[in-house]
Design a protein around this ligand. Structure first.
Ligand SMILES: Cc1ncc(COP(=O)(O)O)c(C=O)c1O
Length: 435
């Protein structure tokens, strides 16, 4: 396709965009279980308005836009306060992955500068988000993966056994994506302190929801800066903060630690250059929208949405447990859980059957399972989801293992012992998506 010779009218361009969206996932109806966090139309309109107020502004130069600097500071302060780190400092980033990249980069620089470590290693429970592997890849930090326990939580004894003189960072999740369990952060952080290591808690998922679950009376182990030894945290705003996409936070216990995140180049003919995070230009829109949603919802708004989410997830977890042939994996702590079949029937076929009923659940492997991430957008949908899930499970049981289609493909990919073949398959798939 070539650049059109002559431009088109705005209305024509916009209707072409609308046409292109026709087959996109229906997130407004609660049909998707990740990717979109929808908090209702009033909230969405506010996000749009706030985003567009700062649509053109650039947070790369904080002196040019004091508004962005102020909003970023206030957003970080509010998140730090929720996470019991009133004196913590940090940065806003474009998402969980960038926050994690920054935490790993900071740990690497800190260890190089304070301990002279040149071949750094970080210890990752098997359940951590792949963003840590991306960080390992980008920053040349060796990922030392340790298995999780039978409850899917980080195995602290295994983490202890994996420590070497090159270890710089221990990681825990609050909660983990695959099974939605919170790792034993107090034990991981104590282990880090004992060995003079840094400890990062990935609360990309839970940072804006767990504090409200605790306020609603849920019994959860401590997972944030209240735990001595936790030195950094990632907490996304574009997930359970219900902010516009492109908004996350990375927080550090001290300024001295955060300093290692920044990149400064002083010899450029274009002037002195300092950049806090991965990107150069930093979009103003997500900062404005994040500030807006925190101030619009406030504590009472987040509590209300947390209550709705908690009610829905409790109904769903109990309902899935009651469906013969399905089992919830572990004891999920928040709003994220996964389930597998307990007999020989194919869980991926259950997923395909749910697709045909309009519910798009994410597929998982090791072991094969389906994943649900519940938000306020799913309020009131539990009975309908459970009825369809019971029917889908029945169909899958009668049908036996899939021999063709998506279910068969997932099954085959999950069971291939040679992971390089799977890697090549995924690379080919990505390569074929666009040019
Ligand atoms: C636990 C956890 N950490 C990090 C991330 C990465 O966040 P993002 O997709 O915003 O980069 C996710 C995304 O789902 C996550 O679940």
């Amino acid at each position: 396709m070539k650049l059109p010779e002559n431009g088109r009218q705005p209305s024509e361009v916009l209707s072409a965009l609308d046409e292109m969206r026709a087959n996109d996932a229906r997130w407004r109806d609660g049909r998707t279980f990740s990717l979109v966090y929808y908090g209702g139309d009033e909230l969405l309109t506010l996000l749009h308005d706030a985003f567009f107020k700062f649509f053109s502004e650039n947070a790369l130069n904080p002196m040019a836009f004091p508004s962005l600097r102020r909003m970023e500071t206030e957003v970080l302060s509010m998140v730090a306060d929720l996470l019991h780190g009133p004196d913590c400092v940090g940065s806003m980033t474009t998402g969980g992955t960038e926050s994690i990249l920054m935490a790993v980069k900071t740990a690497r620089e800190f260890a190089a500068n304070t301990r002279g470590i040149s071949r750094p290693e970080m210890i990752l429970p098997d359940s951590v988000h792949p963003a840590f592997h991306k960080a390992a890849h980008y920053f040349n930090v060796k990922p030392v993966v340790v298995p999780v326990g039978e409850d899917y939580r980080a195995d602290v004894a295994a983490m202890r056994a994996a420590i070497t003189p090159n270890t710089i960072l221990l990681v825990g999740s609050a909660p983990s994506y695959p099974q939605g369990v919170v790792d034993p952060i107090p034990e991981i952080a104590a282990l880090a302190e004992e060995h003079g290591l840094l400890c990062h808690v990935d609360a990309c998922l839970g940072g804006m929801l767990l504090p409200f679950f605790v306020k609603l009376g849920q019994r959860l182990p401590a997972f944030d800066f209240a735990v001595p030894g936790v030195t950094s945290m990632s907490c996304d705003l574009h997930k359970y903060g219900y902010a516009a996409k492109g908004a996350s936070t990375v927080l550090y216990r001290s300024r001295a630690l955060r300093r290692h995140q920044f990149v400064v180049y002083t010899d450029w003919s274009g002037g002195l250059y300092g950049s806090p995070s991965m990107t150069g230009t930093r979009a103003g829109g997500p900062i404005g929208a994040a500030w807006a949603v925190l101030n619009y919802l406030g504590e009472s708004g987040y509590l209300r949405m947390a209550r709705q989410t908690l009610d829905t997830v409790q109904a769903l977890v109990a309902g899935v447990r009651a469906i013969p042939g399905l089992a919830v994996m572990g004891e999920p702590d928040m709003s994220v859980f996964s389930f597998a079949t307990t007999d020989a029937s194919d869980i991926y076929r259950v997923g395909d059957e749910m697709d045909t009923r309009g519910w798009h659940l994410d597929r998982q492997q090791r072991p094969p399972s389906l994943h649900m991430m519940i938000t306020a957008a799913h309020t009131g949908l539990a009975p309908q989801i459970l009825a369809d899930l019971a029917a889908a499970t029945e169909v899958a049981r009668a049908a036996g293992p899939a021999t063709s289609g998506a279910a068969a493909m997932y099954g085959m990919m999950g069971s291939l012992p040679d992971r390089t073949m799977v890697r090549e398959f995924v690379l080919d798939f990505m390569d074929g998506l666009d040019r």
